[in-house]
Design a binder for this molecule. Structure first.
Ligand SMILES: [Zn+2]
Length: 250
């Protein structure tokens, strides 16, 4: 081959690989993100084994708030959290004390966010890239802090499907929030919104949640929810796995 042709071939190859590296997969139909808040013991003992059976991904948002430090019957140990990571689940940051970010001074919030990052480092868990706002309250200062610390995703509250083309990744809405009186029909309606480029981000607390009964999900009902995801052919992932479906933002 002549040098010019070699150069051209090299250029084409480089271009092809560059294009591949920024290629975006379209958001598939029925894309569901499962998230579990508040470090509840049943996440390790009931939820994770069931999700593994179905081959589902999920994000567990960890806080040392509530009675995490003293009640190891109802809250996970860090060894259990590490085991979730080893099993391929995502560990996300839900702050040290579970304080509302809008009421915190910037240095308090920074310390609470950093604390969970340090605990993850101590237990060999990757530095979190996903965050969940305690009590679903957001603030501009918190969004700025998360961006500066390299977070890619943050979930708030709400009741709508996540639209990657319109919604801010750092104030991502949920479409479903598991409560004691939530029904399978409501869950199915939420799943049905995962279409046309939109993603259904689901929030749960404990399954069951003995210490916070107002956010409890009954295990039998949760099994029915997961069965529906399975039967309807949903792709069920952790929040961090959304990255490949998102527009590249430089
Ligand atoms: Zn919480």
């Amino acid at each position: 081959m002549k040098p010019a042709r070699i150069a051209l071939a090299a250029l084409l190859l480089t271009t092809a690989f560059a294009w591949r590296s920024i290629a975006i997969e379209p958001v598939p139909q029925r894309l569901v993100v499962l998230t579990f808040d508040d470090s509840v013991a049943s996440h390790a003992t009931f939820v994770a084994p069931l999700l593994k059976k179905h081959g589902f991904g999920a994000t567990f948002f960890i806080t040392e708030g509530f009675e995490f430090l003293v009640d190891k019957e109802h809250y996970m140990t860090w060894d259990q959290i590490k085991a979730l990571d080893i099993d391929g689940f995502e560990i996300g940051n839900h702050t040290r004390k579970h304080a509302g970010v809008s009421k915190q001074r910037p240095e308090q919030l920074a310390a609470d966010v950093e604390f969970i990052e340090q605990q993850c480092a101590t237990y060999g868990i990757p530095r979190p890239v996903s965050f969940c706002y305690p009590g679903y309250q957001t603030s501009e200062a918190a969004v700025k802090l998360l961006r500066e610390r390299g977070y890619q995703f943050a979930r708030a509250g709400g009741a709508q499907a996540f639209d990657p083309t319109k919604d801010d990744l750092l104030t991502m809405p949920q479409v479903f929030d598991g409560k004691p009186d939530s029904t399978l029909e409501q869950f199915k309606a939420a799943v049905a919104q995962a279409k046309d480029g939109k993603v259904a981000v689901m929030t749960f607390h404990g399954v069951p949640d003995i210490k916070h009964p107002w956010v409890n999900t009954d295990p039998a009902k949760f099994e029915a929810y997961m069965q529906h995801l399975n039967e309807s052919g949903c792709k069920v992932i952790a929040m961090r796995d959304l990255a490949k479906y998102l527009p590249v933002r430089k």
